[in-house]
Design a protein around this ligand. Structure first.
Ligand code: Q9C
Ligand code: ZN
Length: 343
């Protein structure tokens, strides 16, 4: 059936969170996860009202967040909401502890809930992140009602690095996982993560699950964040064994190589699994000019990828993950989403 328009979800309160800095090799850098990212994508979508319908999501019920994240992590975000407007908390102590001494009411203990120093907490994180998750949940709810349509969650902050109990990699709530948990109640789900980085949080959340297959294509974690996860031998555990797949690529990868692995290795596994839903965790940090990722994708390559995804004919929603070249993000997102139309 010819697809008319893609419904896109975004809420302006996602822009309340404005991280200023991160540190790398002793240098203070401008934080790549800026509000400009979502703003440029939103503006680009708005230019094509015949292709994209922009909507605000409903507020996310807490129970959906609790299905994915530990109560103590949510408590920590509430603690951060009590910080003053002048305070931003960057974790610098990361004890590998899980004892009764760890107290999510105490912001200084945030390092127990965090695996990376580039992901700050302030009093806007909870509000922005819960609206970000509201976008993906709304898309999931709508997809259940209208499986023949395509939905896009303009989620920001991103989510795929966040695990049940830890944040990091600019991610606080795992928007993709929260949506997939919702879809899982109605059938089998594949999460296909095409962000430049491994989706370690999503992998972790569904690692023991045989109803949600997680597949990630990403830069070799020996050299790229998140460094400690995303290797091809991570295949799932228990019932989930065989339902997690990692494909790694080297620096400067171009679309030909990525396309080959996607079409000949990843997509056949999806078809074999026969999912009822596909959730694409999409990042544009694979773009040639991206300041964080290190692949060489062109704008038109995202269209090519999307066209391949439509061929498997599974009800699909897309969740925005990374992508930091604000200049090109709008065009890249439009290129990708266009690939889902008229298939
Ligand atoms: N200055 C996502 O794409 N640090 N997260 C990289 C670069 C972490 C990226 C340092 C990158 C996380 C959702
Ligand atoms: Zn990324």
């Amino acid at each position: 059936m010819a697809q008319k328009r893609i419904t896109c979800y975004f809420h302006p309160d996602q822009l309340l969170f404005k991280p200023k800095y991160e540190w790398a090799f002793g240098l203070r850098l401008k934080h790549p996860e800026s509000t400009k990212r979502a703003e440029t994508i939103y503006k680009a979508l708005k230019k094509h009202p015949q292709l994209f319908e922009l909507k605000q999501p409903n507020k996310i019920p807490m129970k959906y967040i609790r299905e994915t994240h530990r109560a103590r992590l949510i408590t920590l975000y509430n603690t951060a909401s009590e910080l003053t407007d002048l305070e931003t908390f960057y974790t610098s102590v990361f004890p590998k502890l899980n004892s009764t001494k760890v107290d999510p009411i105490n912001i200084r203990h945030a390092g127990c809930f965090c695996f990376d120093s580039g992901t700050p907490l302030d009093n806007t994180v909870w509000k922005a992140s819960s609206w970000s998750a509201a976008c993906s949940v709304e898309a999931a709810n709508q997809l259940i009602q209208h499986p023949d349509k395509i939905y896009y969650a303009l989620s920001r902050p991103p989510g795929h690095h966040a695990t049940q109990s830890q944040y990091g990699g600019y991610c606080y709530l795992n928007n993709t996982a929260i949506a997939a948990k919702k879809l899982r109640k109605k059938g089998r789900v594949v999460i296909l993560d095409l962000d430049f980085h491994h989706g370690n949080g999503t992998q972790d959340i569904f690692y023991h699950d045989d109803q949600v297959m997680t597949i990630s294509l990403h830069g070799d974690p020996r050299f790229f964040f998140p460094f400690f996860w995303g290797y091809p031998d991570e295949a799932g555990q228990g019932k989930g064994l065989g339902y997690n797949l990692n494909f790694i690529f080297q620096k400067n990868t171009q679309i030909e190589e990525f396309h080959r692995i996607l079409v000949h290795h990843a997509l056949p596994r999806i078809e074999q699994f026969q999912p009822d839903y596909l959730v694409v965790a999409m990042g544009f940090d694979s773009f040639k000019e991206d300041p964080v990722g290190d692949f060489l994708f062109e704008t038109q390559d995202y269209f090519t990828i999307a066209q391949e995804l439509t061929k498997i004919k599974v009800p699909t929603m897309i969740v925005q993950e990374g992508g930091y070249s604000s200049k090109s993000l709008g065009l890249n997102a439009v290129s990708f989403l266009k690939g889902f139309l008229n298939s």
